[in-house]
Design a binder for this molecule. Structure first.
Ligand SMILES: *Cc1c(COP(=O)(O)O)cnc(C)c1O
Length: 401
């Protein structure tokens, strides 16, 4: 090992410049800490970057999804179609509003919702579909929008990982009725906790702004800037408090100055991995699909792809479990070598709450089951050094146990 060889590489690492770090001092010094001028600035920058007409900052992607469904009018008993392989929050928000989660399997090649199966999940009670742009690769939105208009469904994009993801030239987030982004530290831009809703519908945007702020007809900032700041706003509806703070927004707005550089750097890191692993037949790198620009929130691979695909095809759950054990043994040896990895995400139908509530078996969504058990994400984050990446490459190429 030469002196520069790292002894450990994390799955992700927050990378902030000194100026970005110091940006949180501005609201602290001005005394305006809650949603105010910095939130407005961050929202404006977000709209410019994504091309969405309206951006509404909130406390997380989870609250963004919840607020979007609430603003669209989701009622108790309504059905919402959710991919079975995603972060649990995508399904939880439907439960929070009293809705019924209807899972749909994914396409194992892209890890995104299987559009052919989606049609078969639509019932007279279906009100919305929540496509997820998982790991930064856009879901196939044209056929989803086609189905949505045919059946009168709302489309709310879970774009938690969608920073820098483009679908036939258009940034994700305003392809359906609304799109929801996350600023959790595992995502490309971070505010600690935080989220953003994007939409091209101005009525929906107004409603979202009211609902995040206790249902108030006017925000604090508007009131303070107005002629009579001493009078309180009216509240036409019973809203929530899902406002982002100005401390978080200052941090987010500061990172937007390097938004394009961050996306470019993540794509470059992915291209180096793609090239380094092209002859490793037991590891499938993330899909490259014509017309889709990947944002690489992470670098999700499939372990033993031929064996996994054959197991799905023949419906052999025991074989998936055997591959899962081999993957876990490999993850263990990577961890011992100092390389942090994770399963790409989880199959929500296999988690206790959903499994029990809806009486589901892993095999009900075979691709999600296989993705849960046989995927592995390798370290990828902007700010990753060449030495770190070359170390990961050498450890992976040295083989599985
Ligand atoms: C991270 C993530 C979320 C949740 O985002 P928070 O900001 O932590 O609430 C939701 N969906 C997906 C697909 C995610 O990756």
């Amino acid at each position: 090992m030469n002196a520069k060889t790292p002894t450990s590489v994390p799955i992700a690492r927050t990378s902030l410049t000194e100026a970005e770090t110091l940006s949180v001092l501005n609201p602290l010094r001005s005394g305006w800490l809650v949603q105010g001028p910095k939130v407005k600035e961050f929202e404006e920058k977000w709209s410019i970057f994504t091309g969405a007409e309206h951006s509404i900052a909130v406390t997380s992607c989870t609250t963004a999804l919840h607020l979007s469904l609430a603003a669209l009018g989701l009622q108790a008993g309504d059905e919402v179609i959710v991919p079975a392989f995603t972060w649990i929050a995508t399904a939880n928000v439907v439960e929070h509003l009293g809705g019924k989660v209807v899972f749909c399997d994914i396409d194992l090649d892209t890890f995104n919702i299987d559009v052919k199966e989606l049609r078969t999940k639509i019932s007279p009670k279906t009100k919305a579909v929540l496509p997820v742009h998982l790991f930064g690769l856009a879901a196939d939105m044209n056929p989803i929008k086609q189905l949505a208009s045919e059946y009168g469904l709302w489309v709310v994009e879970d774009a938690a990982c969608g920073f820098g993801s483009r679908y036939h030239g258009q940034h994700v987030g305003a392809l359906g009725n609304a799109g929801c982004f996350s600023f959790h530290p595992r995502k490309a831009i971070t505010t600690g906790e935080g989220g953003m809703i994007t939409t091209n519908n101005s009525h929906l945007a107004e409603k979202l702004r009211r609902l995040r702020d206790h249902g108030a007809a006017m925000s604090d900032l508007q009131r303070h800037m107005g002629a009579r700041p001493y009078l309180l706003a009216d509240h036409p509806e019973a809203g929530y408090n899902q406002r982002m703070t100005d401390l978080q927004a200052a941090l987010g707005a500061a990172q937007m100055r390097r938004a394009s550089d961050i996306v470019t750097e993540r794509r470059n890191l992915a291209a180096i991995y793609d090239d380094a692993f092209k002859d490793v037949d037991w590891l499938r790198v993330p899909a490259r699909i014509a017309g889709l620009e990947h944002g690489y929130q992470s670098y999700p691979c499939l372990f033993e792809p031929s064996r996994t695909q054959a197991a799905v095809k023949s419906g052999k759950g025991a074989e998936i479990k055997a591959i899962n054990e081999a993957r876990n043994a490999w993850m263990d040896s990577l961890q011992r070598a100092g390389v942090s990895t994770r399963p790409a995400t989880h199959a929500v139908h296999m988690l206790t709450f959903y499994r029990d509530k809806y009486q589901l078996k892993p095999e009900d969504f075979p691709n999600a089951f296989a993705a849960n058990d046989c995927s592995i994400s390798l370290p990828l984050f902007h700010g990753m050094t060449d030495e770190e990446q070359q170390y990961v490459i050498s450890v992976v190429r040295s083989g599985k146990p």
